[in-house]
Ligand binder design. Structure first.
Ligand SMILES: Cc1cc2nc3c(=O)[nH]c(=O)nc-3n(C[C@H](O)[C@H](O)[C@H](O)COP(=O)(O)O)c2cc1C
Length: 254
């Protein structure tokens, strides 16, 4: 499965136009099974998800979703350190799984659902992904990605781990801000950081924590595809690199 999903990274893109027909119900059931079997990077944080049709999504959201789609995946999690990162990881795994089934997706980080407006007793809403079929094409070539060059995002033993780091670099991020930086060491580890400003805007911070989970999903899949048996760990004390970078997690390759 990991190699199948890793290969979808090159095909995935954010779709902004969806047809009205809903995704196949059988496929949505398989998505539920796939997601339910995943273990996010921080396994002891309670999380769950819903799949909702457009009209139900509109009822829950403060304003209409930015992208109109027949279906949405909603990710919820208790508010704990790294719960946003978990949702980024889970959502991106779902996105790549759907891509492998030729279902179009678009992250909806701008969707906002307050606890008063959400289903009674739900865990706090974190983020959403629009899902459906589209007449647009999937990506066919890596040159179609609009990303920072590797020199600006990957450091140290870059050549050795290039295929894995490249999948990290191609990770989507809110507003394509690309906050993630990847640093390898001589112990077969890839440390993930995100750029952080001193007086950061809390909304941006929220989104970038989700982005870091998306990038972790790409690194993990890349590492499996390269033949490793990776684990995602949180090292204490955090490995230092540059002061402007906030440590997120480490992918230990072996
Ligand atoms: C966590 C996250 C939140 C996002 N939120 C939105 C959004 O609210 N609306 C939207 O149109 N695109 C959203 N995007 C999509 C990004 O704009 C997109 O990933 C980025 O521009 C790169 O383009 P690509 O996904 O086609 O590679 C989001 C992406 C991520 C990862």
């Amino acid at each position: 499965m990991a190699d199948l999903l890793a290969s979808q990274i090159l095909r995935r893109k954010s779709f902004r136009s969806f047809r009205d027909d809903p995704p196949d119900p059988q496929l949505m059931e398989e998505l539920v099974d796939f997601l339910s079997d995943l273990t996010p990077p921080e396994p002891n944080i309670d999380w769950n998800f819903d799949t909702l049709p457009y009209l139900d999504m509109v009822k829950l959201c403060i304003s209409e979703p930015g992208v109109k789609a027949p279906c949405y995946l909603l990710l919820r999690a208790e508010r704990k350190r790294f719960s946003l990162q978990n949702c980024g990881y889970l959502g991106e795994m779902a996105v790549l799984w759907l891509t492998s089934r030729n279902v179009a997706t678009c992250w909806q980080g701008s969707a906002s659902i307050t606890s008063e407006n959400d289903f009674y007793g739900s865990l706090p809403f974190v983020t959403a992904v629009a899902i459906g079929y589209s007449d647009e094409d999937f990506r066919s070539d890596a040159s179609e990605f609009d990303r920072l060059p590797a020199e600006k995002t990957t450091y140290n033993r870059v050549a050795e781990y290039k295929p894995i780091l490249e999948l990290g670099r191609l990770a989507p991020s809110a507003y394509n801000r690309q906050p993630c930086v990847f640093v390898t060491d001589d112990r077969k580890r890839i440390h993930l950081y995100r750029r952080q400003k001193l007086f950061a805007n809390p909304v941006k911070e929220f989104e970038q924590c989700v982005d870091s989970g998306v990038a972790l999903a790409h690194l993990e899949l890349g590492a499996r595809d390269a033949g490793y048996n990776p684990t995602i760990q949180r090292l204490y004390p955090a490995p230092k690199f540059k002061q402007s970078l906030a440590y997120q997690a480490t992918v230990v390759l072996e």
